[in-house]
Ligand binder design. Structure first.
Ligand SMILES: [Zn+2]
Length: 187
């Protein structure tokens, strides 16, 4: 009984360190690229399972988190949708490896001509507790600051350090105010 429980806990610890891949639809697939190529025509040549590149476009005037979705030879199919981009952009900026592959292709048939593309996005990495930089998931030491990466490091996207720091500050201020009030009453 005891043995079984311990094994279950060890497994769930491992799981908490992994970042689940997730799926999303590429946005802007009906538009043409600035060089005139049709994204719909590019999609017609794509295959399920094909790897794609995610490239940040930090000077995008509409969305500062914009991430372009490109074929490996650099032809743009569209963008990650805004909500997903907001989630992924900071990881890419911190140097975390983010993989993208085509999980489904839709449309391109009579009655449903407009082609669409779903992608699977996988993030490989953790955020270093010491310096906040991205670290590959299998590393024991942070490449940036040399700090040890242990099981207490949260998966990317679940950093709670700042929140805890703020609570600590707030508690300290409350204590200081109480102390001042007590001291001035004594006088
Ligand atoms: Zn570090």
């Amino acid at each position: 009984m005891v043995k079984k429980e311990r094994r279950a806990r060890a497994t769930s610890n491992l799981d908490s360190q992994m970042i689940e891949p997730f799926h999303s639809k590429i946005a802007g697939v009906t538009r043409n690229n600035p060089d005139g190529t049709s994204r719909q025509e590019l999609l017609a040549q794509c295959q399920i399972g094909q790897s794609l590149k995610l490239v940040r476009e930090p000077d995008n005037s509409v969305d500062e988190n914009a991430i372009m979705v490109l074929t490996m030879d650099g032809k743009q199919l569209g963008y990650l949708n805004k909500a997903i981009a907001a989630h992924v952009a900071s990881k890419v900026d911190k140097g975390i490896q983010v993989d993208c592959e085509i999980s489904d292709l839709t449309g391109g048939e009579i009655g449903k001509e407009t082609r669409g593309c779903n992608v699977k996005i996988t993030m490989h990495g953790l955020i270093c507790n010491h310096c906040g930089k991205g670290v590959p998931a299998d590393s024991n030491y942070c490449l940036e600051c040399g700090g040890a990466i242990d099981s207490s490091d949260k998966p990317a996207g679940e950093k709670t350090g700042t929140k805890r720091g703020c609570l600590g500050c707030f508690g300290f201020i409350v204590l200081a105010v109480i102390l001042i009030v007590v001291l001035s009453n004594l006088r």
